[in-house]
Design a protein around this ligand. Structure first.
Ligand code: BDR
Ligand code: CA
Length: 316
């Protein structure tokens, strides 16, 4: 079983990803660290605690950053995830469980040091907490097993951005943090829009999940209605793209993804802020500010039928 910490801004698709991790026999979900993004940090944390109560998750919850490293915070993505971050379903005002007292980045540092070479960090929100952890304790880079990120877009299959024409939302939300995380000497895999927009959970798929999964189906159907409504209004889709759950699927079944290796950097200012760059070539350019950065992995294709089956089968 893979020990994982999910760094997240729940978020409708974040909640769906957390539930996949809970359901999967391949994953031991030890921690959920929260960040701002789809919802305010208070709502993200409250939503994580609500999931912990409702599904008896053993993972601890640690609250993280409420603002990007350098840029001012943008407002939460309420148009996509609802005012409360979970599609405006009714959430009890009091939660039974509480967040631990340490910050998300301290929890990450302490857990990685307590379990050297065992922990996979799966980041499905802004990368601020991971960057804060690296800034405070750079030595964790050599102690983490793997870092899997839902974020970025590299132009494969025509997918380049969803918040701007050239930037994916999680990277755009804190581009400085993202650049720190992809430039660190630890094994990063980016599960970007290139693959997440290849898989769609249609309304029929969600209805089937509702029938087949007594534990999770009705809840996922309830929260995802708002998300599906947004995608229909915005793009005319029947259903929605599978962003955050694709990162969890990568942790479980990397073999269903096609990948490439190269250097990654993130544009941190100007009109292309949040754009993720990928340099595969080993050519020595006269000016090359990033050839000494570590090679990382990006996903360029996915067997989306296998991905959708894995999600359905894990939850039922
Ligand atoms: C990412 O942005 C958020 O809205 C989703 O939760 C996902 O993490 C997709 O760009
Ligand atoms: Ca997310």
């Amino acid at each position: 079983m893979k020990k994982i910490i999910i760094d997240t801004d729940p978020g409708i698709d974040d909640a769906m990803a957390i539930l996949l991790a809970d359901a999967s026999d391949a994953i031991d979900l030890i921690g959920i660290t929260t960040t701002f993004g789809n919802a305010s940090i208070e709502n993200s944390t409250r939503n994580a605690l609500y999931l912990k109560d409702k599904f008896s998750l053993k993972a601890i919850v640690a609250q993280g950053a409420n603002t990007p490293l350098v840029l001012p915070a943008s407002p939460p993505a309420t148009v996509v995830h609802g005012d409360n971050g979970l599609g405006n379903i009714v959430i009890p005002t009091e939660q039974q469980n509480q967040a631990v007292s340490q910050t998300a980045h301290d929890y990450i540092i302490n857990s990685v040091k307590a379990h050297p070479h065992e922990i996979t960090l799966v980041a499905i929100g802004r990368l601020t907490n991971l960057a804060l952890a690296l800034n405070k304790s750079p030595e964790i880079a050599s102690l983490v097993k793997e870092v899997i990120i839902m974020g970025g877009a590299f132009g494969f299959n025509g997918h380049s951005g969803n918040l701007t024409p050239f930037a994916e939302a999680n990277v755009y939300g804190d581009p400085h943090a993202a650049d720190i995380v992809v430039s660190a000497d630890w094994p990063v895999t980016m599960v970007g829009l290139d693959v997440t927009q290849q898989s769609i959970m249609t309304n029929a798929y969600i209805n089937k999940l509702k029938c087949k999964s007594p534990k999770y189906g009705a809840f996922i159907s309830e929260i995802s209605a708002f998300y599906a409504h947004f995608y229909h209004a915005d793009l005319g889709l029947d259903g929605f793209y599978v962003h955050d759950s694709s990162a969890i699927v990568y942790a479980i079944a990397p073999e269903i993804f096609t990948t490439e290796r190269g250097n990654i950097r993130v544009v941190t200012e100007g009109v292309a802020t949040g754009h993720t760059l990928f340099k595969q070539s080993d050519r020595l350019f006269p000016i090359d500010e990033w050839s000494n950065h570590p090679k990382q992995t990006i996903c360029t294709n996915v067997d989306s039928e296998a991905l959708l089956n894995l999600y359905m089968n894990s939850l039922t």
